[in-house]
Design a protein around this ligand. Structure first.
Ligand code: PMP
Length: 392
C-alpha cells in the first residue's frame, strides 16, 4: 500500500530552517520562520505562562478527559478577549489544536453546511490556507490584496475581485497583521469591505493569529468586532500561539457566530467535528490561558509583556525603515514602518533574496517576507546595508 505514495513537496519555510541550520557562518541572520524572538534571539516562555504552569502543577488533581468542545471557561474567555461582551448568546465555539486546527475545523464546517461554497483567499496569504483547502477538495478563489508597487493594499483590485463573491461563499480575512505582507486595511477600507460582503450575502471567515502584535490587544480585534456586529453568521479561527507564546502547546479556538436559536445545532456540529478529527482538544495551553485571563494579576503581567513584545517590533520597524532610507538614499522602504505584525514583504526579487542568503547569510522567505522579530539593534544596519547592496 505505502509504496503507492508520492513524495510531498518540501515546505519552503521548513526547507529554509534546514538551510539556516546547516550554514556554518556565525554572522548568519534568520528572518524566516514566524516565531517571536527577543533581542537575544530567544523565544521566551512568557512570565505569566510560567507562573500559571507553576500554579497548575500545584492545583491540578486529574488529567481525565475534558469536554468535546474543550473547557467552557477557556472558550468563554477567548470569545470575550476576541469579541468583548455581548456575543455569548450567538457564539458556538470549540477549542482546537492551535489556529491551524481552528482553520481546518472551520473549513470542514463550511463544507458540511454548503459543499458548493467557494472559499476566497487574499493573494498572497499564509500558504497553509490554500494547502488545506486543496487537500479538502473545496472550491477556492483569490482576491487581489497586495500592491507590489507601493507594498500597500491594492484596494481597487480587492474590491473588484470581491464583486465576484456569490451568496454563501466564505471570504477569509486576516483580522490583523496580515501574513505574509504586513499590509493591513484601514478602518474606512474595512467598512467598505463589510458593506460589499453584506451586499453579496457572504460569510466572513476571520483568521486571527496575531491579536496584540499589531496596534494593541483591543485595536487588533476592532475589525473582527465590526464584522461580528455586521453579519448574521461569522467564523473566527483564533490562535494563542503568538500572543501567549505557547506555540507547541497547540492552543486555539474556532468561534461560529449564528443566531441564538441556531446556536445549539451549530455547537453540536462543532463538537461532532472535534470528535471525528481528534476527540478532545489539547488542554494544557488552554488551561494556562484561562488561568491567566481569570486572574487579574496574571492578566496584567501578560498584557505588559505582550505590550513589550509589540513595542519591540514597532521600534525595529522604525529603525529598519530609517536605516533603509539612509542606506538606499530613497523612501522606497518607508512602508516597513507602516506595516504591522511580525512580517513585512520587502518587494525584492527572488534573485535578490538568494543573493542576500548566499552572499550575506541573511535568510528570508523567497517572496522576500521577513520576520521583523528576527532582527535586533545590531543586525538592522547589517540588513539595510545588504539590501542596499543587492538592489544597487
Ligand atoms: N494563521 C496565520 C495567518 C498564521 O500565520 C498562523 C501561524 N503561522 C496560523 C494561522 C496558525 O498558527 P498555529 O496553528 O501555530 O496556532
Amino acid at each position: 500500500m505505502l509504496e503507492s505514495l508520492n513524495p510531498q513537496p518540501q515546505d519552503k519555510i521548513l526547507q529554509l530552517i534546514a538551510m539556516y541550520r546547516d550554514d556554518p557562518r556565525t554572522t548568519k541572520i534568520d528572518l524566516g520562520v514566524g516565531v517571536y524572538k527577543d533581542a537575544t534571539g530567544l523565544t521566551p516562555v512568557m512570565r505569566a505562562v510560567k507562573a500559571a504552569e507553576k500554579k497548575l502543577w500545584e492545583v491540578e488533581t486529574t488529567k481525565t478527559y475534558t469536554g468535546l468542545a474543550g473547557e467552557p471557561a477557556f472558550n468563554a474567555a477567548l470569545v470575550s478577549m476576541i469579541l468583548g461582551d455581548g456575543f455569548a448568546d450567538r457564539a458556538a465555539s470549540v477549542a482546537t489544536p492551535g489556529g491551524t486546527g481552528a482553520i481546518r475545523q472551520a473549513l470542514e464546517l463550511i463544507r458540511m453546511a454548503n459543499p458548493a461554497a467557494k472559499v476566497w483567499l487574499s493573494n498572497p496569504t499564509w500558504p497553509n490556507h490554500p494547502s488545506i483547502i486543496k487537500y479538502l477538495g473545496m472550491p477556492m478563489a483569490e482576491y487581489r490584496y497586495f500592491d507590489i508597487a507601493t507594498s500597500g493594499i491594492d484596494f481597487a483590485g480587492l474590491m473588484a475581485d470581491l464583486e465576484g463573491v456569490a451568496a454563501g461563499d466564505a471570504v477569509l480575512l486576516h483580522g490583523c497583521c496580515h501574513n505574509p505582507t504586513g499590509a493591513n486595511l484601514d478602518a474606512g477600507q474595512w467598512d467598505q469591505v463589510i458593506a460589499l460582503l453584506q451586499r453579496k450575502g457572504a460569510v466572513p471567515f476571520v483568521d486571527l493569529a496575531y491579536q496584540g502584535f499589531g496596534d494593541g490587544l483591543e485595536e487588533d480585534a476592532a475589525a473582527t468586532r465590526k464584522i461580528a456586529a455586521a453579519f448574521p453568521e461569522v467564523l473566527i479561527a483564533a490562535s494563542c500561539s503568538k500572543n501567549f507564546g505557547i506555540y507547541r502547546e497547540r492552543t486555539g479556538v474556532l468561534v461560529a457566530l449564528t443566531s441564538p436559536d441556531r446556536k445549539a445545532v451549530v455547537q453540536g456540529n462543532l463538537n461532532f467535528l472535534n470528535r471525528q478529527n481528534y476527540s478532545f482538544p489539547p488542554d494544557h495551553g488552554a488551561r494556562l490561558v484561562t488561568m491567566i485571563l481569570e486572574d487579574a494579576t496574571l492578566t496584567a503581567d501578560w498584557k505588559a509583556e505582550l505590550e513589550e513584545v509589540r513595542q519591540n517590533m514597532l521600534t525595529l520597524r522604525q529603525t529598519l525603515a530609517d536605516e533603509l532610507r539612509r542606506a538606499t538614499n530613497s523612501d522606497r522602504f518607508d512602508f516597513v514602518a507602516h506595516h504591522r505584525g511580525m512580517f513585512s514583504r520587502l518587494g525584492l526579487t527572488e534573485t535578490q533574496v538568494n543573493r542576500l542568503r548566499e552572499d550575506h547569510g541573511i535568510y528570508m522567505v523567497g517572496d522576500s517576507r521577513i520576520n521583523i522579530a528576527g532582527l535586533n539593534a545590531r543586525t538592522v544596519p547589517i540588513l539595510a546595508a545588504a539590501i542596499a547592496g543587492v538592489i544597487g
